[in-house]
Design a binder for this molecule. Structure first.
Ligand code: NCD
Length: 319
């Protein structure tokens, strides 16, 4: 039995046994997404605080939907409409949320380490939904679930991660996860976004400057979103990025014919990814979103401690 987790703050501190258990135990929750009646009652009476101090579409909706499908309530805080605008500190904000007695707090914050800070101070389980440039652990889990479903394994795969690796919490969590399972990771992107220091993140990790070379025989290509605010200026004009680093159909032919393409979203179509690739047969973008629900449902279930999901009382008739 792997050691039980109390929070999900990062991937780096988990071992392969714990990650494998998280992935395996998400499988029944994948099944639920395919059922006509998707709602369980296993967390009935529980509530989840979803505190997003940064804009988000899919991750916030994904957690809220996951909570609802388990029968839990959610309290949602969004930076744009909250007292954060009035200058309230992170700690005061989460103390306020905690006073409403949630059973779990899901937090996204622009400061790396914010969820760890909160977890040390509050008595409830904390899930990191993305902290600064540090980690985005549920994204890495849903990516790993998608890869494992399609490839049957993580071990020994050739994975190319393309784009602004330096500023990407998605890349960092994926690197930690995939490296623990012995994947061979190639990082590709403009040199200022793929600096040498990243080689310390994991063994079996190489930096490959030319995209054509980085894609050679890849099993999996993870395309990162270009943060457009980082791109203007003479150092790297947008046209140059597109020319050198856009994942196009023609370039993807360098990868294995059965290679899959992942993108965490939101996609900048026509910038980091050609629309024909985003919508093509190798793209797993929508599958990732569905798997995100399964991973998050399982995590809430695990950390809050729900009733067994195979018990007959677990399914709501209707409500
Ligand atoms: C990512 C994020 O916010 O880190 N999006 C997401 O959660 N699906 C990726 C990104 O915005 O670049």
């Amino acid at each position: 039995m792997p050691e039980r987790i109390r929070h999900l703050l990062d991937i780096e501190s988990l071992n392969t046994e714990q990650i494998t258990a998280l992935l395996d135990q998400s499988k029944p929750f994948q099944e639920i997404q395919r059922m006509p009646l998707k709602k369980l009652a296993t967390l009935r009476g529980k509530s989840v605080a979803i505190a997003f101090f940064e804009p988000s579409t899919r991750t916030r909706i994904s957690f809220a939907t996951a909570a609802a499908r388990l029968g839990a309530d959610s309290m949602q805080l969004q930076a744009e409409t909250s007292s954060l605008k009035k200058g309230e500190s992170l700690l005061d904000t989460v103390y306020t949320l905690e006073a409403m007695k949630p059973d779990c707090i899901v937090i996204r914050h622009s400061a790396s380490g914010a969820p760890h800070f909160v977890a040390e101070r509050l008595p409830v389980p904390v899930i990191n939904a993305g902290d600064g440039t540090h980690e985005h652990p549920t994204q890495a889990l849903l990516d790993a679930l998608t890869i494992r479903d399609r490839k049957g394994r993580l071990e020994g795969l050739h994975v190319t991660i393309l784009g602004d690796v330096l500023h990407s919490r998605v890349a960092r969590s994926n690197i930690h996860l995939l490296a623990k399972f012995g994947a061979h990771i190639r990082l590709c992107g403009p040199p200022m976004w793929v600096p040498r220091e990243l080689e310390c993140l994991a063994p079996n990790l190489t930096r490959v400057p030319r995209l054509e070379q980085a894609l050679e025989d890849a099993d999996v290509v993870i395309v990162l979103r270009v943060q457009l605010e980082r791109i203007h200026g003479p150092a790297l004009p947008l046209e140059e990025y597109i020319l050198q680093y856009q994942l196009t159909e023609a370039r993807l032919r360098r990868a294995r014919p059965d290679a899959i393409v992942l993108h965490p979203g939101p996609m900048n179509r026509g910038i980091e990814i050609e629309p024909a690739v985003a919508d093509g047969p190798q793209s797993c973008v929508r599958e990732q979103v569905t798997n995100g629900l399964a991973v998050r449902m399982h995590l809430l279930y695990l950390l809050i401690g729900g009733a067994p999901i195979d018990s007959p009382g677990a399914v709501h008739a209707a409500d």
